[in-house]
Design a protein around this ligand. Structure first.
Ligand code: UN1
Length: 487
């Protein structure tokens, strides 16, 4: 079945209207697979602001019930939603299933969290005083998501925002509008079963840059959580800051893996294949730089060349395919700009941009090595001392993810220490990609500093209030200040 035929079937099953000005294409063969209507940013913000008035006073565990129902709907839709992700984003079905599972996992996490939005009690320096902090809902949260994780990153944000008491507005990538429509089908079913949720609690606003900018600039949007390129973040961050809104940015990565002499090279090889070539090199956590000890470099690179040559590239719907197409011609052009004539294009399905992942040995890190090219290019760099490897790891402007392969506990600990990797994620004996939802996800420097998903990332979706309560009859002042009129 062609992607267009399969999409028509899936859209009918999801009850998606399939009309409007915005056209979606499948990277599998480049053909159009559906249409959606552009949204109205102003109307969405007005409705979200109204919804906030009601939702913020719903008890958090009750808010969690809505997210629990959403998790159930996603479980029921998992297979079909994964098929649509594969059609529209081009990732292999295994990875699409994993993406939907990531949504289900964060729903489960958020349900538990809905009873654990803890504040502190704090020792007061004053007699008969008590201090505490409370976490209150923040306001409407805007989620800007990228094509490469067309639904999971929305779920990370939406599940947390909803239990935290914030309405959600979603501006998905223009490249993956249908996946968003399908998720909204699950959202609608969950809302129906839930019953009394305010209108406009969860909204989808389709559109391009102007729509995104109008939403980002709207003062009714309390939090802008944006995932995408560093260029996008550079535009969004200052706009939000200029109106004193809150921004949560998850931007580009330029992730490295260090392979030390004691590493299990078989394990490292398999992990590197997944991290560097999986999702056709289009994850923000994709491994882009391999920093390998000179004593094992030849052996590892030879093994990787063999693995990269064996990996089946083709239609991501077919079992056995490990690498699907690049998202579009621009992605191919960006890869070609780096590799020139050496780029290996293959043609399993006419109309799509399919490439063999490339291994490029470099002596130093400069020009394109310092940049994130959203395509499967693995630069290989050799080192002698661990300190040098850590310096290489940290020398790029981005700071998302990193990992080390070693069986030496001192090396592993040094890599994770304050003087080690400067990234938001630092792993041992696994690659830099494929994080679980339980940890905080995000990174430093040009990656934007935001943290999403697990741990205490929920705090970004709430406002903190510090309370001091005097239960005595005196009025002692903080810092022992005396301030009174004499009797
Ligand atoms: C992204 O590419 O924007 O850790 C997110 C990972 C995935 C999420 C990637 N769980 O690779």
């Amino acid at each position: 079945m062609s992607p267009a035929e399969q999409a028509a079937e899936l859209l009918a099953q999801f009850g998606i209207a399939n009309k409007g000005e915005i056209l979606s294409h499948s990277p599998i063969d480049g053909e159009a697979i559906g249409r959606v209507e552009p949204g109205d940013p102003d109307a969405a913000c007005a409705l979200a602001a109204q919804a906030f008035e009601q939702w913020r006073v719903v008890p958090p565990p009750r808010r969690g019930e809505l997210v629990r129902l959403l998790g159930e709907e996603l479980r029921a839709a998992k297979e079909r939603l994964a098929q649509l992700i594969t059609l529209e984003a081009g990732k292999i079905l295994q990875e699409s299933l994993g993406e939907v599972q990531e949504m289900i996992d964060i729903c489960d996490f958020a349900v538990g969290l809905s009873r654990q939005l803890y504040g502190l009690t704090i020792a007061s320096e004053r007699p008969n005083h008590r201090m505490m902090e409370q976490w209150h809902p923040l306001g409407p949260a805007l989620v800007i998501s990228a094509f490469n994780f067309p639904v999971a990153v929305w779920a990370w944000n939406a599940a947390l925002a909803l239990v935290c008491g914030d309405p959600v507005i979603w501006k998905p990538s223009e490249k993956t509008p249908l996946c968003a429509e399908a998720v909204m089908g699950a959202v609608r079913r969950a809302l129906e079963r839930f019953g009394a949720a305010p209108e406009g609690l969860i909204q989808l606003v389709q559109g391009g840059r102007e729509v995104g900018e109008a939403l980002v600039d709207d003062p009714r949007v309390a939090l802008v959580s944006a995932t995408g390129s560093t260029a996008m973040g550079r535009a969004v961050g200052p706009r939000v800051a200029s109106r004193f809104g809150r921004a949560l940015l998850e931007l580009g990565g330029n992730n490295a893996t260090v392979v030390a002499p004691s590493a299990d090279l078989e394990l490292a090889g398999r992990a590197i294949l997944f991290s560097a070539a999986g999702t056709a090199g289009q994850r923000c956590t994709t491994l882009r730089r391999l920093i390998v000890h000179e004593s094992v470099a030849d052996q590892l690179v030879e093994r990787l060349r063999a693995l990269f040559a064996q990996a089946k590239i083709g239609d991501p719907r077919e079992p056995g395919t490990l690498i699907g197409p690049l998202i579009d011609e621009n992605a191919f052009a960006a890869m070609q700009a780096v590799l020139g004539e050496t780029i290996e294009r293959i043609d399993p399905v006419p109309g799509g941009f399919y490439v063999r992942p490339a291994i490029v040995e470099v002596a130093t890190q400069e020009s394109t090595v310092m940049k994130e090219t959203f395509a499967p290019i693995l630069y290989v760099l050799r080192f002698r001392e661990l300190d040098e490897a850590i310096d290489f790891n940290n020398a790029v402007p981005q700071g998302l993810s990193s990992s080390i392969f070693t069986n030496d506990i001192r090396e592993a600990e040094r890599f994770m220490s304050a003087a080690g990797s400067d990234c938001g994620i630092a792993n041992v004996n696994i690659g830099p990609s494929g994080a679980e939802i339980g940890g905080a996800f995000g990174g430093e420097k040009e990656t934007g500093g935001g943290r999403e998903s697990g741990s205490d990332s929920w705090r970004a979706y709430m406002r903190r209030q510090t309370n001091t309560i005097n239960y005595g009859s005196g009025l002692p002042l903080a810092q022992g200040i005396k301030f009174d009129v004499s009797p």
